[in-house]
Design a protein around this ligand. Structure first.
Ligand SMILES: NC(=O)c1ccc[n+]([C@@H]2O[C@H](COP(=O)([O-])OP(=O)(O)OC[C@H]3O[C@@H](n4cnc5c(N)ncnc54)[C@H](OP(=O)(O)O)[C@@H]3O)[C@@H](O)[C@H]2O)c1
Length: 357
């Protein structure tokens, strides 16, 4: 199978994906009969390009696009043309089988990424995204659209980078109900709380997280639980068939002042964590919450160090299943995109259908 890919957004994650696709070219060909080629790309500042013949990952990586800010990748052997429209028009026009939606997250509205995804699905393209916004704000609508169009909508990288949460649930937990979950999903708050436990000030710990490139430009987004609330929404909507929005997730005892106060009164042997929890109420609705919690040392979440994150799924077949991710980042996020791309090929070669769980 040859899949033509288009990159809508190509920052840290997009560049890591191109590098990984180049590195894994041999394995993909030999084990899955899969070759990948790029037929379009667009970023806000570098502009867009389209190519009628695929450019390989190695060629694209070597071209310098989009870092060099040239509008079209400088690939000698293929004609890539300038695309002058904006992102929604690109999602329609790109001559690709799969749109990789890798633009920045807008947590409160999910736009414009939701429009990009909707447009690509409506045009009959598979979509793979690392952007939580569309899945948190419009999962039911987008899933129904993908099913109607007979195309895939995959988003493994939206929670815990490429750790296999959604692929695990879809492919390895047949006939299983996820009845709840509990985890630490924001690596910045975990890093900051771990550093504060060693005596660092909150300001120094936040500066450390920013120097490592893991914190948002506005760290309040991490510390006040919005990142975790968006992830909880994605998990609840996909795994528990909920219809939440990030604002429906209760956020209590969060933020800089609460963290300082909780740290000051913490007893030896206990750990502070920003914990995400969801469960189905007796009435059948799904309730999700993010809060700062003081945990006993024996709690698995209390043992997470530095940037580690973890998620426990409460299931009716396997009891509790826990995934722990070490240090994540663009490389692991790129792996999730690759895993989703391989899942599309597996479904294509098995004759579909797409989108059924
Ligand atoms: N970094 C991670 O480890 C990680 C992990 C999990 C999920 N994610 C998610 O993955 C996505 C990409 O993350 P990233 O770290 O690669 O972000 P990034 O480095 O900021 O890159 C974002 C890219 O999107 C482009 N872009 C933004 N808005 C656009 C628009 N309206 N139209 C066209 N292009 C647009 C940017 O273009 P310009 O640079 O030209 O402005 C840039 O190429 C985000 O949604 C993020 O939440 C990231």
């Amino acid at each position: 199978v040859h899949l033509r890919l288009a990159l809508l957004g190509c920052g840290n994650v997009g560049r890591a994906f191109v590098a990984l696709a180049a590195e894994k070219e041999g394995e993909l060909r030999d084990h899955y009969g899969l070759t990948l080629g790029f037929t379009g790309g667009l970023t806000r500042s570098a502009g867009g390009w389209l190519a009628s013949t695929s450019i390989t990952a190695g060629e694209l990586a070597a071209s310098g696009w989009p870092v060099a800010r040239q509008a079209v990748p400088a690939v000698d052997c293929r004609a890539a043309e300038l695309f002058e429209g904006e992102a929604v028009a690109f999602a329609t026009a790109c001559p690709a089988d799969v749109l990789l939606e890798l633009t920045s997250l807008e947590p409160l509205s999910g736009e414009p990424a939701t429009s990009h995804v909707r447009t690509a699905l409506a045009a009959g393209r598979h979509v793979v995204t690392a952007n939580k916004g569309p899945i948190a704000h419009a999962y039911r609508e987008l899933r129904a659209l993908a099913d109607r169009r007979g195309v895939a909508l995959r988003f493994e990288s939206t929670v815990m980078d490429g750790a296999p949460i959604f692929n695990l649930a879809e492919f390895s937990l047949p006939a299983t109900r996820v009845v709840g979950f509990r985890g630490v999903l924001n690596s910045t708050s975990n890093y900051v709380l771990a550093a504060m436990a060693t005596g660092q000030s909150l300001e120094a710990a936040v500066a450390g997280a920013q120097a490592l490139g893991i914190a948002e430009a506005n760290p309040a987004y991490d510390l006040e639980g919005w990142d975790a609330a968006v992830k909880a929404t994605v998990l609840a909507n996909v795994l528990m068939d909920a219809d939440l929005r990030p604002a429906d997730v209760s956020r209590t005892n969060l933020g800089a002042d609460a963290m300082r106060a909780a740290q000051a009164s913490l007893h030896t042997g206990r750990a502070l964590k920003q914990v995400v929890e969801a469960r189905r109420s007796p009435e059948g609705t799904v309730e999700a919450a993010v809060r700062l919690q003081t945990l006993p040392a024996a709690d698995r979440l209390a043992q997470l160090a530095g940037m580690e994150t973890a998620l426990t799924l409460h299931t009716d077949t396997m009891g509790d299943l826990t995934l722990v991710e070490g240090e994540g980042g663009p490389g692991q996020t790129a792996f999730g995109l690759l895993a989703d791309t391989v899942s599309i090929v597996r479904q294509l070669t098995a004759g579909g259908p797409f989108g059924e769980r």
